[in-house]
Each structure stands twice: as structure tokens, then as C-alpha cells.
Design a protein around this ligand. Structure first.
Ligand SMILES: *[C@@H]1O[C@H](CO)[C@@H](O)[C@H](O)[C@H]1NC(C)=O
Ligand SMILES: *[C@@H]1O[C@H](CO)[C@@H](O)[C@H](O)[C@H]1NC(C)=O
Ligand SMILES: *[C@@H]1O[C@H](CO)[C@@H](O)[C@H](O)[C@H]1NC(C)=O
Ligand SMILES: *[C@@H]1O[C@H](CO)[C@@H](O)[C@H](O)[C@H]1NC(C)=O
Length: 180
């Protein structure tokens, strides 16, 4: 089991691109991820990153798709206060892959999506020479269905992230009061 996990982990280190296929529905258009979202769950191969106050502890408010980028409107919790943050994930030559500068350069993959319900993004960056992966589930509603959670859990599993490294954001105060 641990060998299998190790193998998956190594694949992950090897080439993020090949692991990420993006939405399989040929009718899907990334402009469909525009609009309001709620952070529902987070997972990482380095769970320490998900602790309160860590860089990854950002709560989505909305996404605006422009011709060259995804604009992410977020809240970040600083000392218990929700501070609005806007960050830009530039489109790249590869479909459903974006580059973002936020606490270092991050490569973002739009992975699985049902534009009316949920979207899964996977983010890769290097920290102290280690490949770090953060998977995020955004939902159109503050609560997510069990079906959506299952899709997320399966995604994490197939990308070598153990279920104990999944954080349920809906249980925390995820800056709902800071939304207008
Ligand atoms: C996606 O939809 C937008 C807005 O409707 C349109 O301008 C764009 O050409 C579409 N992109 C693709 C790849 O179909
Ligand atoms: C958080 O609060 C502590 C204690 O009040 C203060 O020292 C620190 O500078 C604050 N941090 C930020 C990022 O505002
Ligand atoms: C995104 O694009 C803008 C405008 O072209 C550029 O200034 C910025 O450096 C780019 N960011 C990344 C992470 O590539
Ligand atoms: C998160 O918590 C909510 C409320 O307690 C629950 O309905 C949901 O199933 C939980 N999700 C996960 C990923 O455990």
C-alpha cells in the first residue's frame, strides 16, 4: 500500500502535465466557470499547508474569466479578519492550464467541472525544492452534495493524496460574512 502511494507520489513529481487531462466534455468552455463560488474542500500532499493562516487558506468568492486570464476574487483570513484578495491566473498555451504568481509561481490545472455545481482545480508549485500539490473543490452553493464530495475524494485518491489530508472547509468559518 505504502509502496503504491510512493509510486503514485513519484509519478506526481515526474510530470504534472501528463497527469492532468482537464474536462473531458468537448462542449465545455472555460468561461462557464465565471461567477460566484464557495470553497468546499481542500487537500494537499503536504497537509501542513492547509492549516489556518497558511498560504493555501484562501476562500473563493468569485471567478471572472477574461480573454487572457482567470481573475480569482478571494478572501484570506488574517488574524481572524477576512481580507479580500484578487489574484490572476494567466491562461497558457495549454488548454485548462494557468500560471499564477502568489507566494511563488503556481501552475493551476482546471480538472473536473460541472459548471452549474462544482469545479476542481489542482495547483502545483515547488517549495524548498519539493513538488507541492493542492487540490481545491469549489461549489456553487455553500453546501455540497455527497456526490460532489465523492468525486473530489476520488480525484484526490487517484492523484496520490490520502483522504486524511482532505480538509472540509464548509465546517470552518470560510469568510461567508465578508461576501456582499
Ligand atoms: C467560449 O465562450 C465565449 C463566450 O461565449 C466565446 O467568446 C469563446 O469563443 C468560447 N471559446 C471556445 C473555445 O469555444
Ligand atoms: C496579528 O495580530 C498580532 C497580535 O495582535 C500582531 O502582532 C500581528 O502583527 C498581526 N498580524 C497581521 C498579519 O496583521
Ligand atoms: C500574467 O500576465 C500579466 C500581464 O501580461 C503579467 O504582468 C504577469 O506577470 C503574468 N503572471 C504570470 C504568473 O505569468
Ligand atoms: C463537511 O461537513 C459537512 C457538515 O458537517 C458535511 O455535511 C459534509 O459531508 C462534510 N464533508 C466532508 C468532506 O467530510
Amino acid at each position: 500500500m505504502s509502496l503504491l502511494l510512493l509510486a503514485t507520489g513519484l509519478t506526481l513529481l515526474g510530470s504534472p502535465q501528463t497527469l492532468h487531462q482537464g474536462p473531458q466534455d468537448s462542449n465545455f468552455n472555460e468561461t462557464l466557470v465565471s461567477g460566484d463560488w464557495f470553497s468546499a474542500a481542500l487537500a494537499s500532499n503536504r497537509p501542513r499547508l492547509l492549516q489556518e493562516g497558511a498560504d493555501a487558506q484562501l476562500f473563493i468568492h468569485s471567478i471572472q474569466v477574461t480573454p487572457r486570464a482567470l481573475q480569482l476574487h478571494l478572501h484570506r483570513k488574517v488574524n481572524g479578519t477576512c481580507v479580500p484578495v484578487m489574484t490572476v491566473a494567466n491562461k497558457t498555451k495549454r488548454k485548462f492550464q494557468y500560471l499564477m504568481e502568489y507566494g511563488g509561481q503556481k501552475r493551476i490545472f482546471l480538472e473536473e467541472v460541472d459548471p452549474k455545481s462544482y469545479v476542481i482545480f489542482c495547483t502545483h508549485h515547488k517549495e524548498h525544492g519539493k513538488e507541492t500539490v493542492v487540490v481545491t473543490l469549489f461549489s456553487r452553493t455553500p453546501k455540497v452534495t455527497q456526490d460532489t464530495l465523492l468525486i473530489f475524494k476520488n480525484y484526490c485518491k487517484s492523484h496520490g493524496i490520502h483522504k486524511t489530508n482532505i480538509i472540509n472547509v464548509t465546517k470552518a468559518d470560510h469568510c461567508l460574512h465578508a461576501r456582499q
